[in-house]
Design a protein around this ligand. Structure first.
Ligand code: ACK
Length: 218
């Protein structure tokens, strides 16, 4: 009945603690500030503007949604999403609910739609990862956990669900053997362009972020 559906959250995920949040926000702001000044980026500016504009301010272009940063494990949609009830009943989910984890952020990525951080999950973290999270990817063979990410911002009229889709798209290109165009070694890591406005910064030093496994009803 409706009461039962109400008892499931909107989604489960790891929620970054406030110190980690600031660190991640600063790093991503640094990256966006640098990226939109690079000649290589300006060369492909039409990916972002669609018009012959000369500049784009990426910090303005992406609106950050709220202040909480999180990595979604399972989108439950209050129980309406496929597999939501099974996920809640998983004993590991119950056992680990409310406990602390260390997330490893291994890359930042930017597309005309979203900006996000890739999260590299440990074996233990994968126990909380739903089996079907990567099914949207057309090349069906991406390893479990590939979609794990933190949404850092979305372009106007873009929903955060897009961030994971954009990440899967870049990883699918890599798996097809596309190595992208290595643009430059930045202080933060190496910057690669994958065409159609898709930029990937592989971090030299992964960012380690303490996070709590919990859920949101809001
Ligand atoms: O940035 P995200 O991972 O993308 O965090 C938000 C969160 O749930 C609350 O909206 C994610 N989300 C929304 N719809 C879906 C979906 N269909 N599949 C997976 N994640 C989703 C969204």
């Amino acid at each position: 009945g409706p009461l039962e559906e109400m008892s499931l959250p909107l989604f489960f995920g790891w929620f970054l603690l406030s110190s980690a949040r600031d660190k991640v926000r600063c790093t991503s702001m640094d990256f966006l500030k640098t990226l939109d000044t690079l000649d290589a980026f300006k060369k492909h500016l039409s990916d972002f503007t669609g018009k012959a504009e000369k500049e784009v301010d990426l910090e303005q272009y992406f609106q950050s949604k709220g202040t909480l940063l999180h990595c979604t494990t399972k989108f439950c949609n209050y129980g309406k999403a496929e597999g939501a009830k099974e996920y809640v009943q998983n004993p590991t989910v119950k056992d680990l609910y409310g406990s602390a984890f260390e997330l490893s952020l291994s890359a930042l990525f930017v597309t005309p739609r979203t900006v996000g951080a890739r999260v590299s999950l440990t074996e233990e973290q994968l126990l909380l990862w739903p089996a079907d999270a990567e099914k949207e990817s057309e090349s069906a063979s991406l390893p479990r956990g590939s979609r794990a990410h933190i949404t850092l911002g979305c372009a106007e009229n873009v929903e955060p669900v897009q961030t994971g889709v954009d990440l899967l798209e870049i990883l699918a290109l890599q798996q097809e053997g596309q190595r992208g165009e290595l643009i430059e070694e930045m202080e933060l890591g190496s910057l690669t362009y994958y065409g159609e406005g898709r930029w990937l910064l592989t971090l030299r030093e992964p960012i380690c972020s303490p996070a709590c496994f919990s859920s949101v009803y809001g």
